[in-house]
Design a protein around this ligand. Sequence first.
Ligand SMILES: Nc1nc2c(ncn2[C@@H]2O[C@H](COP(=O)(O)OP(=O)(O)OP(=O)(O)O)[C@@H](O)[C@H]2O)c(=O)[nH]1
Ligand SMILES: [Mg+2]
Length: 663
Amino acid sequence: MADSSYLKVVRPVWRAASEMVRSVTALKTLLVGVIGHVDHGKTALVRALTGVETDRLKEERARGVSIVPGFALLAAGEGEIDLVDLPGHERFVRAMISGATGMRAVMLAVDAHEGIKPQTVEHLEIARLIGVRRGVLVLTKADLATPEVIAARAAEIAAAASRAGIQAGPVIATSTVTGAGLPVLGAALAGLLDDAEAGTDDGFPYLPVDRVFSRAGFGTVVTGTLRRGALAVGDPVEIVPGGRTAVVRGLQIHGRPVERAEPGRRTAVALRGVGLDEIGRGQALSMPGLLAPSQWVDVALAAAASAEEPLAGGTACRLLFGTTEVAARLRLLDRDALEPGAETQAQLHLAEAVAVPAREPFVLRLDSPSVTVAGGRILDPASRRRRRRDPRVTADLAALAAGGPAVALAVRLGEVGAVGATLQNLTRLAGTAPDRVRRLLAESGAREIGDRFVGAAAFEALRTAALSALAQHHRDHPMEHGIAVERLTRALALSETLVATVLRDLVASGTVAQAGNLWRRADFDPARNESEAARRLEQMFRRAGLNPPDESEAVGRDVRRREALTYLVGAGTVIRAIDRVQRRAVLFHREAVASARTRLTEAFPNAGTPEAGFLAREAGATLGISRKFSIPLLEHLDATGFTRRAGDRRVIVELEPGAAQKP
Ligand SMILES: Nc1nc2c(ncn2[C@@H]2O[C@H](COP(=O)(O)OP(=O)(O)OP(=O)(O)O)[C@@H](O)[C@H]2O)c(=O)[nH]1
Ligand SMILES: [Mg+2]
């Protein structure tokens, strides 16, 4: 892409600049979902607090009912709160969820006159299921209720919120007609900001798209709640699922152009490189290459506490996360049904592949009756069908549910063992940016080998396995000087890169020694095992000089002599010279080769230049040997750097003009 080199230069500068601006302005922000039963005054409250009319659709105004989430910005002390006004009607619970999964706190509105109603309960349940733990509780339309009723309602609401695990201050009674309670409410919301927990920044952006439109001068614009990490102008993004990439051309938060958006903000993103019809609701923007589409996801699951019956394995339901909704089938792994309010780890098999980050909250609903039955967080977003009632699977998933990215990495490295896992695979399970994953891996002592990471424990096991394979080899072949990597690789059934890395590691720690292409235990000394057979064989080759016997003749079928020969070759006493054209090997004693070198240097004292070099035939005549021996011998001399070919002739390297004189 023509942009990329330009971006490489410009992006760091932008980043640095916006970091600076941020550190000066250090804005606290929080996304708060406004929840509650239909007509309980949510939109009126948002309007009274911010002046923003969130019921913008013609149909919403005509019916006086919110249909889609609406967004408004509330300035609160040092910070800003993104209020998401959610629809309360039971028919729009799916829309409510699509606006709710990014929220970090709730503002619950309950009509003081009507009190708790079905969607009050369902919305609280949804908040609990997606992990929201804080909120502000409001009794609306206080002008229509007596103080006694208000007091009774307040107690009911506080109890319901606490059952849903939501911590909140005292219930605030408000009226948008008289303005009562509104300043107190504003202060309570600002109070949420004070202890807004930091740390939902995973270092990569994830923005589920809720709207797509085109704006003159900007092209395609998408809006959504930015999660998990920041997004900056110039960033490349991938549209998932689908895989198309684009570049962020511009950013706006509540109509203000910004260079960079922080996670947790309602954000409009202008995209370069994508048409209006190439992106839609249900898709998301994320870091290129990070998320993989999958039809199997592992989840931490909690059944709705308000459910009337247990949630059975195999239930057909709908999975809702971000702005995505997809048909799913529940696969319970450790039981057949999940009791109301109970939690476990499970799998979902999806009708279509989704690309979702690990730890993303979700909700499960039934089609009919249309109720929320469960929710939780994604554990492994790119899983496969798992075995049921397998203690190992259960333990791994429980660990994933309880821990953060570091635990996820340990789980995956434990699963894959010596085979290792790619950075991409590890990043997907950890649900955090690749650079952070690298850091965590380094801290855990994992080893990077080729394109994979192997956990510290698995690597230690490999060291042990390699050492015992070497010991076994020494026992089986006491006269060999060691084992070649290829052979050890076969013995251990692992990749050569992996085995070579382990061997190098063992050499570094002094437990293994290397000689040529052979590896042995440092405490193994093959010379101790030199046998009578080896001594006899060596004598035979020494006497034969440059006219040695064939290998088959020398060792025959005798296993001991075969071992002895391997030992002598390993020790360098006998040299295996290869005739590459004839594809045969000839074995010379080391001394025979040394004497051939001396005799050739004496016979061709001028062989330092190509013109005065010797032909193979001439060398054979000088040494009194046939081509059968002279060709492999000369090739060996070439290979070891004594001679060098110059056309038909050979030059003796040390006689060449300018060659370093031997002392
Ligand atoms: N008297 C009185 N009426 C109110 C008050 N707040 C809201 N209302 C009325 O209650 C009705 C519903 O208000 P909305 O704010 O639209 O309710 P909502 O919770 O947003 O409804 P949905 O979004 O459809 O779930 C409207 O007719 C409002 O005028 C209040 O404080 N006092
Ligand atoms: Mg409304």
